[in-house]
Design a protein around this ligand. Structure first.
Ligand code: FMN
Length: 183
């Protein structure tokens, strides 16, 4: 099973990264091939609505840091989106990534893939609902299957680690992802 994990926080040792690393470690232990990407280390230009991706090529006209991310979105069977909640929504870099999915609306290359969310938020679950709903609609539009979202109340960088030590919520998601393989 190929799993691509996109980490949409600028904090490389932050809560999103902690959740992503825990998930990656557990999935690798079960034999999955996991790759992680820190979105803030990639230069992702905004979609400028040129609509070239709606013509025959059905590809994005822009050649930038998205090139390798496109490759790994298409490589994956399961795609994990980790983003801190910023003002009730995903981080700006995560939104840049989503906007650049427009070619996939035309070429359907993400159709049938599974997806899950990792969402740390200072206030916890209550501030994650809009983001979960947004991603669910994106997945539906692209023909993807939503597996689950993990929300975690975490503000300081070490918070996620503390929560995961007490209750390994990531393990529940690992089980669901691996179940998907056997169905
Ligand atoms: C610009 C900004 C906006 C934020 N907005 C919210 C919010 O609306 N709700 C919330 O619960 N936490 C909010 N937070 C807190 C982060 O979601 C929280 O600190 C999270 O754990 C950061 O994840 P990270 O360590 O992976 O960067 C915000 C943080 C920043 C920097």
């Amino acid at each position: 099973m190929h799993v691509s994990i996109f980490i949409g926080s600028p904090r490389v040792n932050g809560n999103t990264a902690t959740m992503a690393n825990a998930l990656s470690k557990s999935l690798k232990a079960k034999g999955a091939d996991c790759r992680s990407y820190y979105l803030y280390q990639h230069k992702i230009k905004p979609c400028f609505d040129c609509r070239l991706c709606k013509t025959e090529a059905m590809e994005c006209a822009q050649k930038d840091g998205m090139t390798i991310l496109y490759e790994n979105l298409e490589w994956a069977d399961v795609i994990i989106f980790g983003t801190p909640i910023y003002w009730f929504g995903p981080s700006a870099q995560t939104k840049l990534l989503i906007d650049r999915f427009r070619p996939y609306f035309a070429n359907k290359k993400l159709q049938g893939k599974k997806a899950a969310l990792l969402l740390p938020a200072g206030s916890g679950e209550g501030d994650c609902d809009i983001t979960i709903e947004q991603f669910k609609r994106v997945f539906k539009a692209l023909g993807m299957e939503f597996i689950d979202a993990i929300t975690l109340k975490a503000y300081d960088e070490e918070d996620a680690d503390e929560v995961l030590k007490k209750h390994d919520v990531v393990q529940d998601l690992v089980e669901k992802i691996m179940q998907e393989e056997t169905v």
